[in-house]
Design a binder for this molecule. Structure first.
Ligand SMILES: Nc1nc2c(c(=O)[nH]1)N[C@H]1C(S)=C(S)[C@@H](COP(=O)(O)O)O[C@H]1N2
Ligand SMILES: [Mo]
Length: 222
């Protein structure tokens, strides 16, 4: 098993070794210690991306066939190409990314579409209270409340560090939710379902908190 194809067992396995890693981390990552919430610094064993999937292969982006469908509480379902998404107001940010297993990446540059702009374009109904982000990598999905999705640093990103999002990182679009653990940041998003209630996501069905706030959810103890 390697990080590129790490699955559910790998995720849970890494949780097991996290406690060992933290003893190495304390002195080695002074920079990280300062950059992340102090409650997190003790459990950061490394820095740098690890590529996660729950399936055995990564979805392939084909510009000719890719669509982002917005369904549910919307006037009528809409379907966007990547070009359509890029024609919406462009947002940029630099944010941190923290996986619940203990690794972090700071200073990630993202560009993409704010959820508010997407909802406006799609004609979302006023009774939308939750958004379910569905991955082309079945069965991965996760949801946010409307309030969470409208936080100013949440976006549907199509660029990372100045380049189109690569296939391992979720091409062509992934969710970015920096204030929650990485499992909320669904890769290879191809459908957003607008609903009235939050639907428990892939990892929530495995015991993780739906409200996966950094340092304030069950990520450490489970
Ligand atoms: N489709 C999909 N999205 C996913 C995951 C996954 O396995 N499949 N893993 C999540 C987790 S647990 C983390 S920490 C991040 C990791 O992002 P990266 O693979 O770009 O490093 O993606 C999240 N989004
Ligand atoms: Mo994660």
């Amino acid at each position: 098993m390697n990080d590129r194809t790490i699955g559910r067992a790998g995720f849970l396995g890494i949780l097991g070794v996290g406690a060992v890693g933290l003893f190495l981390a304390k002195d080695a990552t002074g920079l990280l210690d300062r950059a992340i919430p102090s409650s997190l610094s003790a459990v950061v064993p490394t820095s740098g991306w690890r590529i996660y999937t729950v399936g055995s292969s990564m979805p392939t982006y084909d510009p000719a066939t890719y669509r982002l469908d917005v369904t549910g509480l919307v006037g009528s379902p809409v379907s966007y190409t990547l070009a359509d998404l890029k024609a919406m107001p462009r947002a940029e940010q630099v944010s941190e990314f923290h996986c619940v297993t203990g690794w972090s990446v700071i200073g990630v540059r993202w560009a993409g579409v704010r959820i508010a702009d997407l909802l406006a374009a799609a004609g979302a109904k006023s009774n939308v209270a939750a958004l379910r982000f569905v991955s082309a990598e079945s069965p991965y999905d996760d949801s946010l409340t409307l309030q969470q999705a409208l936080l100013p640093d949440v976006m549907l990103a199509y660029e990372m560090d100045g380049e189109p999002i690569s296939r391992p990182h979720g091409a062509p679009v992934r969710l970015v939710m920096p204030q929650m653990y990485g499992y909320k940041s669904v890769k290879w998003v191809n459908r957003i379902e607008l609903g009235a209630t939050v639907v428990p996501g892939y990892w929530e069905q495995n015991g993780y908190d739906a409200d996966a706030w950094l340092g304030n959810s069950n990520g450490f103890s489970s």
